[in-house]
Design a protein around this ligand. Structure first.
Ligand code: LLP
Length: 413
C-alpha cells in the first residue's frame, strides 16, 4: 500500500501533485511519502514487535537522514553493513542497542567503531571474521556480542544477484557447520554469543523459502541449548518483496509473522527483523522529464533526464518499474524503451513498454524507486545526483539538495 495515486488526471504524492514538485525542485527528483513510510513501519511493529521483537531497518535500501529520523522516532533499529551506515544510523538518532551489523567484509576499523558504539550484535559470516572480532574486542578489553549468519541452502526464488541463502553464494556459514563454529566461538575470550541470523535473499514474493530456512535453523538453536549455549536473539533477516507490477502479489508483514512466529513460539528468543525494501520501496518514486523522442524504425525511444546512474535496478537486474505520466490525458499508446542519457545501451528504465505516447517536456513518474534507488546511484558520466524531497500531507521539503558540478570534484587532489 502506498499514497501515490491519481486524483482525476493528476498523479499525487499524498496531497501534493507530483508535477508541482518537478517544477519546483527540478528533475531527476526522488519523492518520498512520509505517510507510506510510517504505515509500513507500523505494519512491521504490529506484526513483530508486540511480543518484544526488534525492527531493524536495512539502511542499504535508503539511507537518507530524513527517512532514518522517521525510523528513529518510531524507535526502530538498524541493520547495517558498513561503518558508513553505522555513522548515518547514529547521526539520525537510532539507538546502538538496536543495531545489527552484517556483511562478509567488515574491516578491523569498522569492527572497532561498532564495538565502541556498543551495537546490539555482529552477524558474523566467517571463521576468520570471528577471529578478527575477537582480536579487536581484546584490544579494547571488551566482549563482542555475536550471532552466526547461517546459510541454510534454501532457494529464495528471486533474482540470482539478490539471492543469498544458498551455498553457491558468499553469505553466511553452512548450516551443517554451525555447531562446530559456535563451539569454537564459545572458547574465544572476547566473544559473547548472543544470537543466530539468516537472510536468504531480497524481493521474496513467497512465504515458503522463509519458513524452509527457519526450519533449518531451529534444530541448531535447540542443540546449542543442549550444549549450554543459550541464544537470546533470532534474526530472521529481511527480504519481503513489494509489488512492482500487477503480476506480483507479495505477502504483507502480518502474513510473514503469521507464518514464522508460530514456529518459534515458546523458544524464548527475541526476534529481530531486517526489512528494507518493504518499508521504503513503494514509499518513493523517481520523477524524470522527457527530453526527446525518436524512432529507429525498429524501436521507439523516450529519452529522459534520469538514467542508470539514478536508478540502476532495471539495468542491473532487468527489474520492472511502472512508468506513469504525472498528468494523464487521452492519447494513443505505443511500445517504447524509456532510456536515460548515459552512454551505454544498458541504460534504460523500461524496455519494450506499452505506454501512452509521451510528450516532449512531460514529467514521468518511475514507481517503486524508494528502495535501492538513491542508495545505488552514482556520478557515472559525471552526472550530479538528483535531489530528494519528503512529502507530508500537503507539505513538502527538500531532504537532500541536488548535487552541483562542484560536488563532482570535491575531494579530488
Ligand atoms: N538484511 C541483510 C543482511 C541484507 O543483505 C539485506 C539486503 C536486507 C536485510 C534487506 O533486504 P530487503 O528487505 O530490502 O529485501 N539492490 C537490490 C537489493 C539488494 C539487497 C541486499 N541485501 C535491489 O535493488 O533489488
Amino acid at each position: 500500500m502506498h499514497y501515490f495515486s491519481y486524483k482525476g488526471n493528476v498523479l499525487y504524492a499524498e496531497d501534493v501533485p507530483l508535477e508541482a514538485l518537478a517544477r519546483e525542485y527540478g528533475t531527476p527528483l526522488y519523492v518520498y511519502s512520509k505517510a507510506t513510510v510510517l504505515r509500513h513501519i507500523q505494519a512491521y511493529k504490529k506484526a513483530f514487535c508486540g511480543s518484544g521483537g526488534i525492527l531493524c531497518f536495512a539502511l542499504k535500501a535508503n539511507s537518507n537522514g530524513a527517512v532514518l529520523k522517521l525510523l528513529a522516532e518510531e524507535e526502530a533499529g538498524a541493520d547495517i553493513v558498513s561503518g558508513g551506515e553505522l555513522f548515518r544510523a547514529l547521526k539520525a538518532g537510532i539507538s546502538p542497542s538496536k543495531i545489527v551489523y552484517a556483511g562478509v567484509g567488515k574491516t578491523a576499523a569498522e569492527i572497532e567503531f561498532a564495538l565502541k558504539k556498543k551495537i546490539l550484535m555482529f552477524n558474523v559470516e566467517s571463521g576468520e571474521e570471528m577471529e578478527a572480532i575477537n582480536r579487536v574486542a581484546g584490544g579494547l578489553g571488551v566482549k563482542a556480542p555475536v550471532a552466526l549468519r547461517v546459510n541454510p541452502d534454501v532457494d529464495p526464488r528471486t533474482h540470482p544477484y539478490i539471492s543469498t541463502g544458498m551455498k553457491k553464494y558468499k553469505f553466511g556459514m553452512p548450516v551443517e557447520d554451525a555447531l562446530e563454529f559456535y563451539g569454537k566461538a564459545a572458547k574465544m575470550e572476547h566473544i559473547r554469543i548472543t544470537g543466530i541470523h539468516q537472510h536468504i535473499g531480497s524481493q521474496l514474493t513467497d512465504l515458503a523459502p522463509f519458513r524452509d530456512s527457519l526450519k533449518k535453523l531451529l534444530p541448531v538453536v535447540e542443540k546449542l541449548r543442549g550444549s549450554g549455549i543459550d541464544l537470546k536473539y533470532l534474526d530472521l533477516g529481511g527480504g519481503l518483496g513489494i509489488r512492482y507490477s500487477r503480476d506480483e502479489n507479495p505477502p504483507v508483514p502480518s502474513q510473514l509473522a503469521g507464518s514464522l512466529l508460530p514456529l518459534i513460539k515458546g523458544l524464548g528468543v527475541t526476534v529481530v527483523v531486517e526489512p528494507g525494501r518493504s518499508i521504503i520501496g513503494n514509499a518513493g518514486v523517481l520523477l524524470t522529464k522527457c527530453l526527446y523522442r525518436k524512432s529507429t524504425g525498429e524501436k521507439n525511444f523516450v529519452i529522459v533526464d534520469a538514467g542508470m546512474n539514478d536508478l540502476l535496478r532495471p539495468s542491473l537486474y532487468g527489474s520492472f518499474h511502472e512508468v506513469l505520466p504525472a498528468i494523464k490525458s487521452r492519447r494513443a499508446f505505443q511500445v517504447a524503451d524509456v532510456v536515460g542519457p548515459i552512454c551505454e545501451s544498458g541504460d534504460f528504465l523500461a524496455k519494450d513498454r506499452r505506454m501512452p505516447v509521451v510528450k516532449e517536456g512531460e514529467t514521468l513518474c518511475v514507481m517503486g524507486a524508494g528502495a535501492y534507488g538513491y542508495s545505488m546511484s552514482s556520478n557515472y558520466n559525471s552526472r550530479p545526483r538528483g535531489a530528494e524531497v519528503m512529502v507530508d500531507g500537503k507539505s513538502h521539503r527538500l531532504v537532500r539538495r541536488r548535487e552541483t558540478y562542484q560536488d563532482l570534484i570535491k575531494g579530488e587532489l
